[in-house]
Design a protein around this ligand. Structure first.
Ligand code: CA
Length: 235
């Protein structure tokens, strides 16, 4: 199998070098661009498997690049973002970025994000068993075909809405999903933009599945952005 290629679009040299070294060591082929326009060129000419994108580029806003790329490509994009920029992350995700990673970040976090996004895009392309093979993490097993959730061998009774939320997060496990994406997926395109109904449902879900709802093991809160379900252990 040929190496997976990662395009790093980032103008800060030290971050570019750090990520490049990590990725090469883990057998990725690394491509670089330090401007948005060069990034777009490389995406067209080299078709990378995944794109790491800094939003603050010298020649363009990263959001504009995401918007442009999404008109013709579904290549996963992971945004590299500043610590407190929740709103920026939400906008990027809703424009079609797949995930984000917050500066400063460590090697294992970077690799985990890349793995989750690649796995998800591969499945979307090739794997119709995505909704058939159960999700597993720790003591949790979610069997999509039977709509059955077990935690530590105990069957958990979810309402239909709670099930939809958990199933949607499990199908996207390892990736952050914005509040608005969950709302429109679960309640439909005319969903109220208010997150309150989602927070209430999530509190009930956590009471049912987590030992300690304040210290969740399965579904994590990404403050100001959305939720992330622990990565599926299969593969
Ligand atoms: Ca920058």
């Amino acid at each position: 199998m040929s190496k997976c290629s990662v395009l790093i679009i980032e103008d800060e040299k030290n971050i570019q070098i750090f990520m490049g070294k990590v990725l090469k060591r883990h057998d990725y082929r690394v491509l670089y661009a330090d401007t948005g326009s060069l990034g777009l060129e490389v995406i067209c000419s080299q078709c990378p498997d995944i794109i790491l994108l800094d939003l603050g580029l010298p020649d363009m806003n990263g959001d504009d690049l995401i918007r442009e790329v999404r008109t013709w490509s579904s290549t996963p994009i992971i945004v590299i973002s500043a610590r407190t920029a929740e709103r920026e992350k939400v906008i990027a995700l809703d424009l079609g970025a797949d995930d984000y990673i917050t500066k400063p970040f460590g090697t294992s976090e970077l690799l985990a994000r890349i793995r989750a996004s690649l796995r998800h895009s591969n499945r979307l392309r090739t794997d119709s068993t995505l909704y058939i093979r159960p999700y597993k993490h720790g003591g949790m097993i979610l069997d999509f075909s039977k709509r059955l959730l077990r935690v530590n061998n105990e069957e958990i009774h979810l309402t239909p809405i709670e099930y939809k939320i958990v199933a949607y997060l499990a199908q996207n496990s390892g990736k952050v999903i914005t509040y608005s994406a969950i709302l429109s997926n679960v309640w439909g395109p005319y969903a109220d933009g208010d997150n309150k109904i989602l927070r209430v449902n999530m509190a009930n879900i956590r009471r049912k599945i987590e030992d300690d709802p304040a210290q969740p093991k399965y579904i994590f809160t990404e403050v100001g952005v959305g939720y992330r379900m622990a990565e599926d252990e299969e593969e």
